[in-house]
Design a protein around this ligand. Sequence first.
Ligand SMILES: Nc1ncnc2c1ncn2[C@@H]1O[C@H](COP(=O)(O)OP(=O)(O)OP(=O)(O)O)[C@@H](O)[C@H]1O
Length: 445
Amino acid sequence: MNELKILIVDDETNIRKTLSYCLAAEGHTVIAVSNPADAMEESRLRVFDMAFVDLKLGEEDGMDLIPALLADSPWIKVVVITAHASIESVVDAMRRGAADYLAKPFTPSQVKFLTGRIAKVRELETQIVALKENMQRLGPEDRLQSNNVGMQRVMELARKAAPSEATVLLQGESGTGKTVFARAIHNWSARALKPMAVVPCPAIPSELLESELFGHAKGAFTGAVRDNPGRIAACERGTLFLDEIGDMPPAVQAKLLRFIQDKEYERLGESVSRKADVRIIAATNAELKDRVADGRFREDLFYRLNVISLTVPPLRERPEDILALSLDFLSYFSRVNRKTILGFTDEATHALTQYVWPGNVRELRNAIERAVILGSGDKLDKNDLPESIIPATSTLKIGDAVSLATIEELHIRRVLATSSSLQVAADILGIDQATLWRRRKTYGI
Ligand SMILES: Nc1ncnc2c1ncn2[C@@H]1O[C@H](COP(=O)(O)OP(=O)(O)OP(=O)(O)O)[C@@H](O)[C@H]1O
C-alpha cells in the first residue's frame, strides 16, 4: 500500500499514542500534536497527505483547523475524530472540507480501513496528475535507443544515475531531448509513481518564477488572492525538472541553492521554513560555465546542480538515429492523420540524412508531421519536406509575397544551420538567447 505522511491532532495523549502506533505499524510516517497552533506549524514544515483532527481540542475547536489545513495544503485529506459522532458536527466538518470521520472509541481495523481508502484516493490523484501531464504531451513514444555510441553512453549514464537521489544537470542544444531524458530518469527512479513537474524557466516571467516554484501566501503581492503551495510542494516525493535553468533570475537561484542544500524553503510572503522531499533535475542549452564566468549564474549553485552531468549530443552528431526517429514519427503521425504512408523515397531519405538539423529532434519531428499532413503518395517524397531543410532548392527571396514570419523563420533556420553555437547565432541575429529560444519554440526549430 501507498505510504502516507499523517498528522494527528488530539489533546488526549492516549489517542495520540494509540493512533500513532496503529498507523506506524502500517508503514505510515506519523507526527502527533495536541493543539491547532502546533498542527499549523507542522503543516508548514512538512507535506502531509492526511490529518486526523479531534473536534474537541481542550478549550479549542478542531472544526476551524479543517479549512486552515486545506488552505495550506489543498490535497490534504482531513478525517475528524468525534466522541459522539453527532450528525450535525459530522455534516459541518464535511462542509468545511473534511474527507471522513472516525467515531470514538475506534478499533485498529477501522483506522486501517479508513487510511487504506484514503491512500487509494491519494494514489489515484497522483496518477491523474501524471496522466494529465502525459496527455499534454501526447505524441510518439520516446525512442530510448540509439545506434550512436556517444548517445548510448549518455543513456547508460542516465540509467545509472536514475535510482540515486543525485541532482542531474542535462546539457545539450535545444530540441535534443533533454526533457525526454529528464522524464526517463524520473521513470527509472523510485519516485516514478509520484509527480514530475516541468518548469520552463524562460517561459515564466521572472517576477512570477519564485512564487511558481516555492508558492506564496495570500496577499504576498498584488494578485495573490489565495494561498498557492507552489510546484515544489505539489511534487512532494517526486521530481522537479527545471528547464533552461541558465535563465533563472539571481534571487530565485539563491533560494533554489538553499532548497538543494537544506531541503528547506519559504513561500513568498511568509517567514516560516517548510521542508519538501523533491529531486531536482535541471537542463540548460547555454554553457552554464560561461554564465558562471560572467557572473550571471551562481558558482555554488552550478556545483550543486552539476553532481551528475549528462550532455545530450545534437542530432547532427548522431546521424545514425535520423532514420529510425523519422520512421517512428512517420508511423505515429500517419496513424493520427489516418493515412497509410509506408516510408520515404530515396531522395527524401537522402535529404533527411544530409540536413544538419539545427533544431535537432524537435525540428525533425515537426518536419515529418508536416510532411505526413501535406504528402499524398504512399511514400513521403523530398518535395513533401519543408523547403528550409533543402536550402539549395529554396527560391524564397526578400521582397517575395510572403509574410514577415516566413522570412524570419527561414532566416533563423539558415543562421542556426551555419552557426557553431546558439550564442553565435543569437549574436548574428542581434537578439539575446532568451529571444532566440522563444522564436525557436514558435517555429519548432
Ligand atoms: N529520443 C527521442 N525519441 C522521440 N522523440 C524525441 C526524442 N528526443 C526528443 N524527442 C522529441 O523532440 C522534441 C524536443 O525534445 P525535448 O523537449 O526533450 O528537447 P529539449 O532538449 O528539452 O529542448 P529545449 O531545450 O528546447 O527544452 C519533443 O517533441 C520530443 O518528444
